[in-house]
Ligand binder design. Structure first.
Ligand code: KMH
Ligand code: ZN
Length: 302
């Protein structure tokens, strides 16, 4: 079976420092977590920045530039900068850092949607009083805007002009059809790397049947011209990505997607999640792809 790409999404923009003391926030913490993840076996590092003063998601290129060169210098992993940023940022804000840094990969979110986490029953109190309220007013009622023109703009600015390849974030079956639309228009070419996203409230639910359905439709639309990976929010992370590995897909872990390592236990860092999924996939007979393998498989500029 094909080698398996482990992506690690190091910090994201959803969780808050109040939810885990291990969430990386400063440039040093993001660097150390990224390097630890790469050493544990992560092939791709999916990166967001935060304001070190308060831990809020940041679109400031200076915050990205405080860790990107260090990470690049200390490991060979493929660097993937988010163009999703956070749902409260404008498109221009979201694109400022990737335009400047010109990474090998960027994320590209394939539709406008509601965006929230499922408030776990045991976390409802935390959600109401401790979750983003001091951070992002109304963060449990956000619209994540990714219109067709937004997507086209990202494809042109980062893909055509700067040579980035994309992690196409598909939160629903409809997003696969949107991606096909861009393939048909010739704006997306070559081998696609599609991230099936499960468990965001507003996207497809974290049921195993949905993974087989997403794969079925992607097979129909893209044939051999795509590879899929899976990410799932919170407690669905490990079960659904394990299913992806069994189905021949790739996997994404990281504290962006889940703060936990097992039920009720916070992950102490990103590397712990990478090491766990590496153990699982190797037990299943898959070999982990190196960064060089991924560059070949996904036709990256290197
Ligand atoms: N936060 C994930 C559900 C992005 O950065 O572009 C999806 C994501 C989006 O990683
Ligand atoms: Zn992200």
């Amino acid at each position: 079976m094909t080698k398996i790409i482990i992506t690690c999404a190091v910090t994201g923009s959803i969780h808050t420092p109040s939810m885990s003391p291990h969430l990386p926030v400063t440039a040093q913490e993001i660097t150390d977590n990224a390097i630890g993840a790469a050493e544990a076996g992560a092939t791709i590092l999916h990166l967001h920045a935060r304001d070190p003063e308060n831990g809020r998601p940041s679109a400031d290129p200076a915050h990205f530039m405080a860790f990107l060169p260090q990470i690049k210098q200390r490991c060979d992993a493929v660097l993937n900068i988010s163009t999703g940023g956070s749902a409260t940022m404008t498109l221009d804000q979201r694109l400022a850092a990737p335009k400047l840094a010109e990474p090998e990969m960027c994320s590209l979110n394939m539709g406008t949607m509601n965006f929230a986490l499922y408030p776990a029953a045991e976390r409802v109190t935390e959600w109401k009083y401790d979750w983003e309220k001091p951070f992002l007013e109304g963060s449990d009622d956000l619209v994540f805007k990714n219109t067709p023109r937004d997507m086209e703009h990202i494809l042109l600015e980062l893909g055509e002009k700067r040579g980035a390849r994309f992690e196409f974030e598909c939160y629903d079956v409809s997003h696969l059809y949107m991606l096909k639309h861009f393939v048909d228009r010739g704006l997306v070419r070559g081998k696609l790397f599609i991230q099936f996203v499960f468990g965001v409230l507003g996207g497809i639910g974290p049921d195993p049947e949905n993974l087989t359905h997403m794969k079925l439709i992607a097979d129909k639309l893209f044939g051999d011209e795509y590879a899929f990976s899976v990410l799932a929010a919170g407690r669905h992370q490990m079960p659904l990505i394990t299913m992806s590995a069994i189905l021949g897909g790739h996997v994404r872990v990281g504290l962006e997607d889940s703060l936990m390592i097992s039920r009720g236990v916070l992950a102490r860092d990103n590397a712990e999640q990478v090491a766990k999924i590496r153990r699982i996939v190797e037990e299943l007979g898959r070999n982990v792809a190196s960064a060089e393998d991924a560059r070949q498989m996904l036709d990256l500029k290197g």
